[in-house]
Design a protein around this ligand. Structure first.
Ligand code: HEM
Length: 128
């Protein structure tokens, strides 16, 4: 389903959410495993607010790029974007998880992190 908010992501992550292997990581089939990790919801909000930079691996493929920060978006729009990528392309919230709210985004905005700190947060998720 088309989303005007996701239009600003799809140049990199692609309309299919598949990304570009080795260049832009996939969101399809991947966001649910982040959501399922302890701290995963907070991490996803932080990626949107503060960006992400440094080496990561997704399903065995490495990425070392720059994810831009989208702090200029309203809390409700960041929540809307995260709800979009959590429910498109066959993605689903893990059992028991509710959609993101603007209040959750506001709580992460109060932290003021760098993209490098967001990478540290990712490293603590224990993603495979
Ligand atoms: C990483 C979402 C826009 C490039 C990520 C991750 C998410 C995400 C959730 C983390 C994946 C993980 O930790 O495994 C989004 C959304 C966007 C957006 C919702 C729109 C608001 C973009 C754009 C670009 C981009 C426009 C390219 C200019 C990247 C890269 C990474 C990444 C390169 C990995 C960073 C690294 O290698 O450290 N994105 N993204 N993203 N995104 Fe985006």
């Amino acid at each position: 389903q088309a989303s005007p908010l996701y239009a600003q992501c799809q140049g990199c992550h692609q309309p299919t959410g598949a990304g570009i292997p080795g260049v832009f990581p996939p969101l399809a089939g991947h966001v649910p495993e982040i959501l399922a990790a302890k701290g995963g919801r907070e991490y996803l909000i932080q990626v949107l607010l503060y960006g992400l930079q440094g080496q990561i691996a997704v399903k065995g493929t490495r990425y070392q790029g720059v994810m831009p920060a989208y702090a200029q978006l309203k809390d409700e729009d960041i929540a809307g974007l995260l709800n979009h990528i959590s429910t498109q392309w066959g993605n689903k919230f893990p059992a028991g998880q509710q959609p993101f709210t603007a209040a959750e985004v506001r709580a992460q905005r109060a932290k003021t992190l760098t993209a490098a700190q967001v990478l540290e947060a990712r490293n603590k998720l224990g993603l495979k």
